[in-house]
Design a binder for this molecule. Structure first.
Ligand code: SAM
Length: 279
């Protein structure tokens, strides 16, 4: 009797961390932005060498940082051992022994972890929004402040815009994967700015990885973050917004990947701004 292999749904075969990295992370761009923010804070020739990536998950950024220069070192902090172990195999070990030696992963809480001062401390993909109480975010910012070197920076990204303050859905292709990425905001409370959102992946064969990642956030505003960062001891807070230009379709402006410092900004449907705090 001929044996025929039953096709398994793509969703069963998929790796949610690989999909997440491909869908929402761009660590090469972030390394370039850190260099730009650092030059603009400390002079044209200043180069950051050390990084602490808080809420590091799979430590994709730590690995990219270490790959970007042989003298660069990174430490990644996350409380969940699962993404750390995944990242150690898929991001660090695959980058080779030199990268593996120059990146240290710590399983711990970003509010209490102690590390040597680094040129950059960062909290990306809005992960600090998981700290929903003001005092928890302030504890975290104080701890981050203690870890920023004298000539260092704390960098965080901020999500906002009219569409983020509501239930909503955003769908995109994922380069190099037979899947689409779906960001679904299922609940937003105006009183508390509590946002519940999920990432789903849907595959070419119709199978789905529902709620591959779920978030229970407080959507902090830029002025709240500025106040908290200053209260935590940072002397100055700068914001960088992406430059958009006219593309083929006159109805829409296209993102350029270039970020400029702003002191005023019009609201849009959705935006991501980088906050840069100086010690
Ligand atoms: C959305 S992932 C961020 C992954 C990656 N940094 C990025 O930019 O996409 C958020 C991570 O924060 C971690 N996390 C949440 N609260 C934490 C805390 N208090 N201390 C350390 N890690 C925390 C979770 O375990 C999770 O891996």
């Amino acid at each position: 009797m001929a044996w025929r292999r039953r096709k398994r749904p793509l969703a069963v075969l998929a790796d949610r961390y690989a999909l997440y990295q491909a869908a929402v992370q761009n660590p090469e761009l972030e390394v370039e932005l850190f260099e730009q923010f650092y030059r603009e804070a400390y002079g044209r020739r200043a180069r950051p060498l050390t990084l602490r990536e808080d809420f590091c998950g799979t430590a994709y950024l730590c690995a990219t940082w270490a790959v970007s220069h042989p003298r660069r070192r990174a430490v990644g902090v996350d409380r969940d051992p699962e993404p750390l172990a995944w990242g150690e195999i898929h991001n660090l070990a695959t980058a080779g022994p030199s990268v593996l030696r120059r990146v240290r992963l710590i399983q711990g809480d970003v509010r209490t972890v102690r590390t040597d001062p680094t040129h950059i401390v960062c909290a990306l993909n809005f992960s600090y929004c998981a700290l929903r109480r003001r005092r928890d975010l302030l504890d975290y910012f104080r701890n981050a402040r203690a870890a920023v070197a004298a000539r260092g920076l704390f960098v965080l990204d901020v999500l906002g815009g009219t569409a983020t303050l509501d239930v909503a859905e955003d769908v995109r292709d994922i380069d190099g994967h037979p899947a689409i990425y779906i960001w679904e905001q299922t609940r937003f409370d105006v009183l508390s700015h509590h946002l519940e959102a999920h990432i789903h992946f849907e595959f070419l064969d119709g199978s789905k990885l529902e709620r591959a990642f779920s978030y229970d956030w407080r959507l902090w505003t830029l002025p709240e973050l500025t106040d908290l960062l200053q209260e935590a001891g940072f002397s100055e807070v700068r914001f960088y917004n992406e430059v958009f230009e006219e593309g083929d379709d006159p109805e829409y402006l296209s993102p350029t990947g270039e970020y400029r410092r702003v002191t005023e900004m019009e609201n849009q449907e959705s935006w991501v701004v980088y906050g840069v705090a100086l010690p």
